[in-house]
Design a protein around this ligand. Structure first.
Ligand SMILES: [Fe+2]
Length: 213
């Protein structure tokens, strides 16, 4: 008997060392204390989140290089994704923009997708415990597999055209973890309830850089 796997695409996740993210924590901590000096990103985002800001060009440049190995890994694992015949020659990929979300309790990010080819989320600060979130009055009576407080969810169609959801049980162990996914993949962030601190994450979109002719 033989099995046939039906091909699809996936995601890449990688945990960075705190030391590798020092440049990011420095800028984000500065922004956290100086919201009035930051450039709001709310107009371009769908998050129901008050404090969303663009990162500086310098930090975006460092991020671009830091995340590039994940893109190379994605291309090695799922070569068809970038090999689809968009162009008749090699075209570079670059990080067009990057921003930081300072999410407070009750705030959330509804189902959405991004522009670009690849997008990422990188969690920097998670202020709640998974057990406490799962034990709020809103979630404790829900079946454990359906609890959603504070989780990040990817939504995608399976080989039968049905919609699947993959929830990441975000907690402190996700600090420093980056997730790379195709930009058009739908996703959302559920609200958390048990902390007054910020849940801080950084995101960005990689686009093709098409040279002007
Ligand atoms: Fe997003």
């Amino acid at each position: 008997m033989m099995y046939g796997e039906l091909s699809s695409y996936g995601i890449i996740h990688h945990k960075f060392e705190k030391e590798e993210l020092k440049f990011l924590y420095e800028e984000v901590n500065f922004l956290k204390d100086n919201f009035s000096k930051a450039t709001p990103a709310n107009d371009e985002l769908v998050g129901h989140i008050v404090n969303e800001y663009y990162l500086s060009g310098k930090t975006t440049g460092i991020l671009q290089e830091m995340m590039m190995p994940l893109i190379q890994e994605y291309d090695a694992r799922w070569p068809n994704f970038l090999a689809r015949p968009f162009f008749d020659r090699d075209v570079a990929i670059g990080l067009k923009d990057a921003w930081v979300n300072f999410q407070k309790k009750y705030e959330y990010n509804p189902v959405h997708d991004h522009s670009g080819i690849f997008s990422f989320v990188l969690w920097l600060n998670i202020p709640f415990d998974r057990e406490e979130e799962d034990n709020t009055p809103y979630s404790r009576n829900v079946h454990p597999t359906a609890r959603a407080n504070g989780k990040f969810e990817l939504l995608y169609t399976n080989c039968l055209g049905g919609i699947e959801g993959h929830r990441f049980p975000i907690d402190k162990s996700f600090e420093g973890v980056a997730l790379l996914f195709p930009s058009t993949m739908k996703h959302c962030v559920y609200p958390f309830y048990t902390s007054d601190d910020y849940r801080i994450s950084v995101s960005g979109n990689y686009h093709y850089r098409i040279p002007s002719s």
